[in-house]
Ligand binder design. Structure first.
Ligand code: SF4
Ligand code: SF4
Length: 192
C-alpha cells in the first residue's frame, strides 16, 4: 500500500514537471535565435550559456543541459530581454518557470542559490539589515553540508581583514517593523 502511494506521488510529480516543461517550450516556441535577449542581458557575462542558447535547448526539450548550466539561476528578473525580444516572448516568465521546475526537482545547484537568497531575505526581514555572520551560519545550516563553509574561508578572511564582516553585534534598526512590511507585501501578492 505504501509503495503504491509512493508510486502515485512520483507519477503526479513527473506529470507536474512535464507540464511545466511543456509550458516553457510553448513560451519560447517562436524564438528565431536572433540573440537580442543575450545581447541585452546584463548578467550574461557570468552565464555559461547565453539566454539564446537556453531557449534553443528548451525548444529541443534538453532539460538536463539547461539544469547543468548557471544561466537560469543567474537571471535577476530584470525583464530587459522580455522588453526587447522582437517576437514579444515572455522570457523572464520562462526563466522563472525554469527556477520553479528546478526547485520542484530538487536540483542541487539551484538549491544552493535559492537557499542563499532565502536566508539573506530572512535576515533582513528579522532585523531590518543584514547581519553577515548570522546570515552565513543560517545558510550553511540550511544546506546541511559540513564541508560547505570550507569553500568560504578564504573570502571570509579577506572580508574580515577589510572589516567588511563585523565580529561585534551590529546596531539594529527597524527590528519587528520589517516583519509587518513583509507580511503586507505577501498579502498584496496573494491577491488575485
Ligand atoms: S530575443 Fe527573442 S527571438 Fe531573439 S533569440 Fe532571444 S528569445 Fe529568441
Ligand atoms: S530577465 Fe533575466 S535573462 Fe532576461 S535580461 Fe534580465 S537577467 Fe537577463
Amino acid at each position: 500500500m505504501m509503495e503504491q502511494n509512493l508510486d502515485m506521488a512520483n507519477k503526479a510529480h513527473e506529470s507536474v514537471s512535464e507540464d511545466l516543461m511543456a509550458d516553457i517550450q510553448e513560451m519560447v516556441q517562436a524564438c528565431m535565435q536572433c540573440g537580442t535577449c543575450s545581447g541585452s542581458c546584463a548578467n550574461s557575462f557570468a552565464m555559461d550559456l547565453t539566454p539564446r542558447q537556453v531557449w534553443r535547448l528548451a525548444q529541443l526539450g534538453e532539460k538536463e543541459e539547461i539544469f547543468n548550466s548557471t544561466t537560469f539561476y543567474l537571471c535577476s528578473a530584470c525583464y530587459y530581454c522580455t522588453l526587447r525580444c522582437p517576437r514579444g516572448l515572455p522570457l523572464t516568465d520562462a526563466m522563472s518557470a525554469l527556477k520553479r521546475l528546478a526547485a520542484s526537482e530538487g536540483i542541487r545547484k539551484y538549491k544552493q542559490s535559492s537557499n542563499f537568497y532565502k536566508t539573506f531575505m530572512d535576515t533582513v526581514r528579522r532585523y531590518g539589515r543584514i547581519r553577515e555572520a548570522e546570515f552565513m551560519n543560517r545558510y550553511f545550516l540550511s544546506m546541511m553540508n559540513p564541508f560547505l563553509p570550507l569553500g568560504f574561508v578564504s573570502m571570509g578572511m579577506k572580508l574580515m581583514k577589510k572589516r567588511k564582516v563585523p565580529l561585534e553585534i551590529p546596531k539594529l534598526f527597524g527590528e519587528g517593523r520589517f516583519e509587518r512590511l513583509f507580511r503586507k507585501v505577501e498579502e498584496l501578492e496573494a491577491r488575485p
